[in-house]
Design a protein around this ligand. Structure first.
Ligand code: ADP
Ligand code: ADP
Ligand code: MG
Length: 653
């Protein structure tokens, strides 16, 4: 085995590969761009080498610099991850020429599967069923148009060099063919430098089912069962699962055998995936699946296969690349239970999933799930790379339990500072058709509106936001009550560009009444700590995760995530004066200004002092006319919540 490997990637997959390498006692070398100086994959590696500017072409696609970094650091092998250089045969050749090991298949195998048309021709020779269509050399417009008619509409035009869902156009009617062809060719040229296309029958009610295969350098090939990746948006996978739901045993046998044939046909070594498109209009059939393409690398969604087989696929990659035989034979590879993976992206579901780069203020993940991520609180999601933030994977004995665990995992995770799809993923995981296993690749597009509808916050969410923005020590309830008094407090916060105004009243020990418009609810047992608010009443138990950044409170309540912006406290007319004339600090912080001095007579509403904490300034004003008897604080003093800062008395006269 290797002593030291270089990982030619970034983000979650670089971190994930390091995890296994470190487990096996290997040293790791990260490479990074100028945008990734503080990235997690750089911190996790034993060594890290800067390879260029932020754009991928200047860094993560610079094979020459990556190879040089490996040579300079004494790494023996390079793991490419997925994306970037992972399926680039020239890079593989250069790595080998430099005397290093490429952790993946040979350049020859990659080339054979690199173009979708050639791959299909090869698979026909191997008697693997391929999607009916035209995948020859003739690219004349009239010829292709005639082929489309022969195949029968609807058809799919695909750039043969395409990947990541790019360069594909669905055509439902012959009149649209020419325009769609031109646009697929343009995208093929722009993204992959190759305008060449193939045309396929568009399979109706399609399901995407793929088989994980593994080959070693000794002629052995095994499969590790299938994954269903039918939940897609714009041909990109969103939630994946293993095994495929409602997969009959005979179909699994035929499909996995076809996948092994495909891999053997190209002497495949390492981890690979054979993707099939499957007729999902009725029960799955042994003659109802067709080869689409092979991905000659580790797949994004490999964790679901690891969950059901117990195999560490990266460990297998490392072992096989160092010349070992496959660790298990086919009949030793068993499948247990069911697993789901959801891809968390920095994108805005409410704005047609537009990417949302920026700084993550606070990111928290549920316990009891597998989390693969390259992002920590405070990190930037760079506009230069893929917007994936994390993957969340759950596993249980039954599909329904694994899916419930996924929903729970998503609902107990949040990310603030940038838009993200966590709530959307949870809605999707709760969709009845998906729960029932009755879905195809069109499900998200059909239900996009329902799945992305923004719900409005409840009165509990409003209370949680108020308590987050006005930190009280609720574990010392008397203090909290004393502080707020048993009075009505107007709140006004901005949610989704609208002003929410109402009344919050502290009724007694841990009891709060919230009024909003014509609604009113009283919550008992209100408890708040640094990341959670809970309460109950006769109707229900309530709980929300909370997070605060400056004057914004994030409330994660069930599936929904809400953001509330605070308005100036002074404008709220909050009152921190007690009948005793004792004026206490509303929170733990630092005194930033003292407006009054001993003996000064003040009118109701006069600012007395301000305390700052978490970049929020709280101004305390006089609740009544009176005289300042003594000021017990000065500027820059660190003060505790509840600390006596000013003693007031009734003014003489
Ligand atoms: P998978 O089946 O593993 O999801 P994809 O073909 O969707 O395979 O791509 C895998 C990864 O490769 C993506 O998550 C992304 O990082 C990268 N990638 C591939 N093609 C593209 C593309 N056209 N644009 C952006 N990223 C891409
Ligand atoms: P990419 O290289 O971009 O991953 P694929 O050929 O794997 O391209 O296709 C991506 C997705 O497009 C598939 O997962 C599937 O949802 C859809 N798709 C591809 N071919 C067909 C087809 N013939 N009929 C229906 N859907 C298809
Ligand atoms: Mg694909």
């Amino acid at each position: 085995m290797f002593d030291k490997i270089l990982i030619a990637n970034r983000g979650e997959i670089a971190c994930r590969i390091m995890k296994t390498a470190h487990k096996l006692g290997m040293k790791t070398v990260a490479v990074y761009s100028e945008a990734d100086v503080d990235a997690l994959h750089v911190k996790k590696a034993n060594e890290a080498v800067l390879i260029g500017a932020a754009p991928s072409e200047d860094s993560y696609l610079r094979g020459d610099r990556i190879i040089q970094a490996a040579l300079d650091t004494g790494a023996q092998a390079i793991h490419p991850g997925y994306g970037f250089l992972s399926e680039n045969p020239e890079f593989v050749e250069q790595v080998t020429k430099a005397g290093l090991v490429f952790i993946g298949p040979s350049a020859t195998s990659i080339r054979k599967m690199g173009l979708k048309d050639e791959a299909k021709r090869l698979m026909e020779d191997a008697n693997v069923p391929v999607v009916p269509g035209y995948h020859g050399e003739n690219q004349a417009i009239d010829f292709l148009a005639a082929e489309a008619v022969n195949i029968g509409y609807p058809v799919l035009i695909k750039a043969r060099a395409g990947g990541g869902g790019k360069g594909m156009r669905l055509v439902e009617d012959a009149v649209d063919f020419e325009d769609a062809l031109a646009s697929a060719q343009r995208e093929g040229q722009a993204s992959f430098g190759d305008p060449h296309v193939l045309i396929e029958k568009f399979i109706s009610s399609p399901r995407h089912i793929e088989v994980q295969v593994f080959g070693d350098n000794h002629g052995n090939v095994v499969h590790l069962y299938e994954r269903d990746c039918s939940l897609q948006r714009r041909h990109q996978k969103v939630i994946e699962e293993a095994p495929a739901p409602a997969m009959p045993a005979d179909v699994r046998t035929v499909m996995t055998e076809a996948a092994i044939e495909a891999a053997k046909k190209i002497n495949y070594q390492g981890a690979g995936t054979i993707e099939f498109i499957v007729d999902g209009s009725g029960p799955l059939r042994t003659d109802g699946f067709w080869f689409m393409e092979m991905n000659t690398r580790l797949q994004v969604e490999h964790p679901v296969t690891e969950a059901i087989t117990g195999v560490d696929l990266v460990e297998w990659q490392l072992r096989i690349a160092s010349g070992e035989t496959l660790p298990l034979s086919q009949n030793e590879i068993t499948m247990n239970g069911h697993a789901f993976e959801a891809r968390i992206y920095a994108e805005d579901p409410q704005d047609d999933f537009k990417p949302s780069p920026g700084t993550v203020h606070n990111i928290k993940f549920a316990q009891d799930c597998r989390i693969d991520t390259g992002i920590q609180s405070g990190d930037a999601v760079s506009p230069f790379y893929d917007p994936m933030i994390a993957k969340i994977t759950t596993h249980a004995s039954e599909r329904s339990n694994a899916l419930a665990a996924l929903v729970n995992g998503l609902d107990n995770s949040y990310c603030t500072g940038i838009r993200n799809n966590i709530s959307f993923l949870s809605n999707l995981a709760q969709d009845q058709d998906f729960v029932d296993g009755a879905f195809d690749t069109g499900l998200i597009a059909r239900k996009q509106e329902d799945l992305t509808t923004q719900v409005t916050p409840s009165l509990f969410d409003i209370m949680a936001a108020f308590l987050t923005l006005n930190p009280l020590d609720m574990s010392a309830p008397r203090l909290g009550w004393q502080l707020w008094g048993q009075t009505n407090h107007a709140y006004n916060m901005v949610f989704d560009d609208t002003l929410l105004e109402g009344i919050i009243c502290f009724l007694g020990s841990q009891t709060i009444n919230v009024k909003f418009k014509d609604q009113e609810i009283t919550f008992n047992n209100v408890h708040i700590d640094s990341n959670c608010v809970t309460a109950k009443n006769d109707a229900a138990n309530y709980s929300a995760l909370i997070s605060r950044h400056k004057d914004i409170a994030t409330v994660k309540s069930g599936t929904s995530q809400f953001e509330f912006k605070m308005l100036d406290l002074l404008a709220l007319g909050l009152d921190h004066t007690q009948d005793t004339g004792q004026i206490i600090s509303p929170m733990t912080g630092v005194v930033t200004v003292v407006h009054v001095k001993d003996g000064q007579v003040v009118e109701k509403g006069t600012p007395l002092f301000a305390v700052e904490a978490m970049k929020m300034e709280h101004v305390v004003v006089a609740a009544e006319n009176g005289e300042v008897k003594s000021v017990m604080c000065g500027v820059s003093d660190a003060v505790e919540q509840g600390q006596l800062l000013i003693q007031m008395v009734e003014a003489d006269e």
